[in-house]
Design a protein around this ligand. Structure first.
Ligand code: ARG
Length: 586
């Protein structure tokens, strides 16, 4: 019992040709094939990983041990060392990026990369730019941010916004067709009381957009009246009926409330540079009616009546979905069922990704299970997935609140970030070194970059402690540390000796890069792992893995910057650039 079943197996969406620049991806597919050739049908997961100690090469395959164990269970005795040799024998004799493969008697297979290959790849990277793996184009919908109208967007929605937008950017970077969808809570019976309250408080709302600065308070006021005033309650119900039958003025009132709410959210999106399209719950009004008809016609056995409600238990689920309430109305379950059907059958999405807090996992997994029962998608080729995230906590490790215990307004939070970033920049004396425009750009990059990066760099499934002090530190895995590396790089490009050189031409005219300083070589290797990282994160949708990659890259860059010269000081005071800054030039 308990949790509904999750999607059975991850979709194998990367074909061998797609790996392109990913060394790890290519190694994986070569080893998978060699193992399958040497030990057909054994079905042992591939164990391939980076080697922590360079003495044992760059990558290590440890599959020989579990294979030997499995063979033994089948009454075949083979030592892991011999198993490893048989795997090696099935690998191509020449792999362009591999220097050598050593088999250890204990069964470890050590893979050493070819340094000439790495040098050539770095030259290509410099002259042709970053090339990510070319993947079969998928149509991908990302449901993220998704606040509720008339309730303030809170830090949970901030997490969804930041994580969802980053996932979209990743998908866009590999050329997917991405639908960025804001599944706003803009429909339901609560709109009756909000509309009634709007009529009383802002009678001229049709003429000008009311200035409701505090929507939260507006919501609370109307709820209070709804609970205490029978007359008001009756009016609220009438408005709901009128709204559902598309009565002109009532629809206008509903629109007004939505507009006020969205105007506020848009400020947050502008600050954070978020693009997203509204396809809220109201979009599914008619589709929910059709959905119920569809189920009754096509899967009548799935519905069950209980106390006047229509409910269903999808396969493997203990908690039912309420498809129709006893008063004939619909629920959050109904709108998500209609949305899933629409996304898979009308929008024809290959992937449908929900970036929603972990608290809604049961709800979403139950909806997905229903979708599978209804045959709306094929989980062996499509990916419907809840990208869950934990709570935002305050410094006291309790749910994030203001000092007086109120929910934190996102605008206040972001303004605080801007204030703190300004103080930091002034503390470092930047206001004298920069123009006003540059200072504003730097301030925003620091403030919003920090808020985003702090969120992304934490394992998303865990709760995370929001702390401006921590995220504004210039050491450790923070946005400031990355921006610092970026600034150092930019400062090189601003030097006269570099500014006036056509770098692409310069690189083309340079013989293969020596990369003979260890600091330089390590940096080069990390640069070449970008594609590996992209493939990893496409699969896991765990963005902290990408942050770890960039953090490592920044660290190696800082080391390189300290150890190697980029601009050479020749005798006679003439400076020339050596973009590859090997120790030879120092
Ligand atoms: N509006 C919901 C909330 O604030 C989130 C919606 C998430 N998306 C979905 N398809 N259920 O909790």
């Amino acid at each position: 019992g308990g949790a509904p079943p999750k999607q059975a197996k991850k979709v194998d969406y990367v074909t061998v040709e797609d790996y392109g620049s990913s060394i790890f991806g290519r190694l994986q597919s070569l080893f998978k094939k060699a193992i399958e050739d040497a030990f057909p049908g054994l079905d042992v997961p591939l164990l391939l990983a980076e080697t922590p100690n360079p003495q044992f090469g760059d990558y290590q395959c440890n599959s020989a041990m579990p294979i030997a164990a499995k063979l033994k269970a089948n009454k075949i005795n083979k030592r892991p060392g011999d198993v490893a040799k048989e795997i090696q024998a099935k690998l191509p004799t020449k792999i362009d990026f591999v220097e050598k493969i050593d088999v250890m008697p204990a069964g470890f297979i050590n893979i050493f990369l070819n340094t000439d290959y790495l040098r050539r790849q770095i030259s290509l990277l410099a002259s042709e730019g970053v090339k990510l793996p070319k993947l079969t184009r998928k149509r991908v919908l990302v449901d993220f941010s998704s606040p509720n109208i008339a309730k303030e967007m809170h830090v949970g929605h901030l997490r969804s916004t930041i994580i969802g937008d980053s996932i979209c950017r990743l998908f866009e970077a590999v050329g997917f067709d991405v639908l960025r969808v804001n599944h706003i809570g803009d429909w339901g019976t609560q709109f009756g009381m909000l509309i009634a309250h709007l009529y009383d408080r802002f009678p001229d709302f049709l003429k000008k957009l009311p200035d409701i600065s505090d929507l939260q308070a507006f919501y609370k006021e109307s709820k209070k009246r709804f609970d205490e005033d029978e007359q008001f309650k009756k009016r609220a119900y009438e408005y709901v009926v009128k709204l559902q039958s598309h009565d002109g003025d009532i629809v206008k009132a509903w629109n007004t409330i939505c507009d006020v709410s969205k105007k506020y959210n848009q400020i947050v999106y502008n600050y954070l540079d978020i693009k997203i399209k509204d396809v809220g719950e109201s979009f599914y009004q008619d589709k929910m009616i059709e959905l119920v008809k569809w189920v009754k016609t096509n899967k009548p056995d799935m519905l069950r009546e209980e106390d006047g409600r229509q409910i269903m238990f999808p396969t493997g689920c203990d908690i039912p979905l309420t498809v129709v309430k006893s008063d004939g109305g619909f629920t959050y379950d109904t709108s998500d069922l209609a949305a899933l059907k629409y996304r898979m059958l009308e929008e024809k999405c290959d992937w449908n990704i929900y970036v929603v807090d972990s608290g809604q996992s049961l709800h979403l997994e139950t909806v997905y299970a229903a979708g599978r029962d209804f045959g709306w998608y094929d989980e062996s080729i499509q990916r419907v997935e809840h990208v869950a995230f934990g709570l935002v906590l305050g410094d006291d490790k309790k749910k994030f609140k203001t000092r007086s215990g109120e929910t934190v307004r996102l605008l206040d939070l972001l303004s605080e970030g801007v204030k703190r970033a300004t103080e930091k920049l002034i503390e470092k004396g930047r206001e004298t070194a920069m123009s006003e425009e540059q200072l504003v750009a730097a301030r925003d990059a620091v403030a919003f970059g920090c808020v985003k990066y702090a969120d992304l760099s934490h394992t998303r499934t865990q709760d995370y402690v929001f702390s401006f002090d921590r995220m504004l530190e210039d050491r450790g895995n923070t946005a400031v540390y990355l921006l610092y590396a970026y600034t150092r790089i930019q400062s090189i490009f601003e030097k006269d000796e570099v500014k006036n050189v056509d770098l692409v031409k310069y690189i083309a005219s340079t013989p293969t890069l020596p990369l003979d300083h260890p600091g330089e070589f390590k940096l080069a290797k990390q640069l070449l792992k970008l594609s590996d990282c992209v493939l990893l994160v496409l699969d896991s949708l765990m963005l902290h893995q990408m942050c770890d990659y960039v953090y490592q890259l920044a660290t190696l860059f800082h080391d390189f910057y300290n150890e190697c010269y980029v601009i050479e000081n020749k005798e006679g005071g003439i400076k020339t650039i050596c973009p590859y800054a090997s120790s030879r030039f120092v």
